[in-house]
Design a protein around this ligand. Sequence first.
Ligand SMILES: [Zn+2]
Length: 761
Amino acid sequence: MLSCSSGSYQKREINLIPLPNEMVETDAVFSFNQTSTIYLENKELLDGIEAFQEMIEQYSGKRLDIVEDIEKASIIVSMQQELPVEGYELEIKETGISIEASTAAGVFYAFQTLLQMCPIDVYTDTNVGSYTWQLPGVSIKDAPEFKWRGMMLDVSRHFFTKEEVMELIDYLAYHKINVFHWHLVDDQGWRIEIKKYPKLTEIGAWRVDREHLPWNARPKQKSDEKASYGGFYTQQDIREVVAYAQKRFITVVPEIEMPGHTTSSLAAYPQFACKEGPFTVIPGGIWPITDIYCAGKDETFSFIEDILTEVMELFPSKYIHIGGDEANKAEWKKCKNCQARIRKEHLKSEDELQSYFIRRIEQFLSNNDRILLGWDEILEGGLAPGATVMSWRGFHGGIEAANSGHDVVMTPTSHCYLDYYQGPIDNEPEAFNGNVSLSKIYAFSPVPSELEGQAKAHVLGGQGNLWTEHVTTKEHMQYMSFPRMSALSEALWTNAKNKDWENFAARLENNFESYKAMGLNFSESMYTVKLDTDFDLDLNKVRIELSTEAPNSQIYYTVDGTQPTQSSLKYETPFELDKTTEIKAIVYKNGSVRGKMIHKSYQIHKATAKSVEYLKPFSESYPGSGESNLVNSLRGSRNHSDGKWQAFRGNDLELIIDLNKPESLNKLVIGCLHSTGSWIFLPKDISIFASDDKTNFRRIGYTKNNIPLTGESQIVDYEVKLDGTTARYVKVIVGNQNIAPIWHSAAGQDVWLFVDELILE
Ligand SMILES: [Zn+2]
């Protein structure tokens, strides 16, 4: 089983991620084996060695000895004061390995680089005894471009165990990420034990189990229901995670949200809210949430300071994240305590009250020698003096803060949100409605061109954020995070002049082998074929354009419904369809299939490109392509705002199609979207009428929806059988559900009807 491990290895291709900033490969080969030893010139660097030693010990069963005699050492680790803080120099020669750094962190990164050059079974095999690796000759001078290379994980919306978090930390360390931002607190769960306030986890960590319902359609807990879904970390768990991360030179930055996003703590201690409780932990995406800490009561501040005191004992991080985002101030407007505070402090508005709140917490943290970090909303009403800003609503907040002399971490949704889709939506699990593809995150640069001079230096770096509304398992958490975090690691470590998308993609593909060996459930969405369509109403043709993110790969497709192979049509340029066609497409690289196949049908039918008269208007927010939308052959995806869907709110769809001449009418297929989280419901029923004079209509078809509305998001094609009659005018009425059902979080409010095509045959 392990016989291969004791043999000798072929020299391995170098596929480092992130790419070192200077690297020269040589023909030298160094034989590394169980007798290899380390010489450590300076004890201050010892911490940088330990993780590597443990890795090798786990693999071989034998720890690498540290020897006193430099002559006998295979790896020489020495101090070089001039090197940058996290920088290192690594040289592999025929005679041995030398590592130089000015800090233990630099030594650690040198060893991470070395590990990426070792055979992949170093990550998987255990106790192999003897081994010999042929390490490739190389000379590397490396240092990170940015000092904040972060990833945030939200453990409130869904809880991840201590072990799952530690596993994530391993993958971050592999990629030289040095900040793990732990979003421990939100409306949907309080995850950190606080000794002084035990109810925070006894009550705040648990919510009523609505996991079977879409995230945005979950009603609040009822008085006879039990909160049974959730979890939390004990203080001991937290200490273990912090120590585990520290050993990998990763700082764990805790986030304790305030003043909004706090329903879980108000469920436990309602006395710190403006309005009277009781509150229950929110089981899903109810919006807006107005529950908020009362900024008028001094007790609120004592409560928060007590919590932060325990948090500071657990987390050595200089930065303490206090959230500060999306605070709904409706309660503050109504609260007599908050209004009294506004008068007493001579504040002009509730925005300034938020600023007062954050300043007061900032003062407390700074008295304790910590730095307050918050989302860019903390700029509203004036930024607290010592605060650092995490800019998420684009780069703008970060630019404003940096220009006024504050440090900034850039995490714009456009490039850094790992909860967004990473490939074509129809081929991806449900995610937040936006797209951050692998090449997009790779292109991320934390310093926007608008920043000049001194202000640039205030950008500490960047961070990927994984919010977990739609992420319920470890496997899915990894799928959303990798390889996008691999791309981000390079965007933050490697100097822009050394970045090259094609080169990165090639190294990444070779790394997939390592990821698999490590058990990482990464995404291959970069290969998925993206299909763009255009409809020419005059020519009655659909134009198809296929593309894939993966460089140096080929797309093969079929138009007859068969499975595409390398002997199918090879895609070169956009092509046109003038009859009903089913397209299937897939990516090949070096002779093998990569990623998933996509398929899509285009129906050219009797109503295609005919004129349509709307008897009731479609919504101006979702017009699709306007009056031709339902007869343009283009089908919508699961993304309701992809421009293909046309929507109706508060009224039915009612229109007349003019076929120009009498046609025989056999069947009408209507595509509808169901996405209750976005308040989009399947129709009530569908009625079809025919007429020769556009005045006297007779009903020729009818169908009722019988799909339960509680189901998951889906696209449903309703087929209505017609009686074969011949007529020129067809009237279609699709009945809107009108109001959300009683079980829905929007019960009683107007809902949407989304329709994408009327296929008439
Ligand atoms: Zn209040």
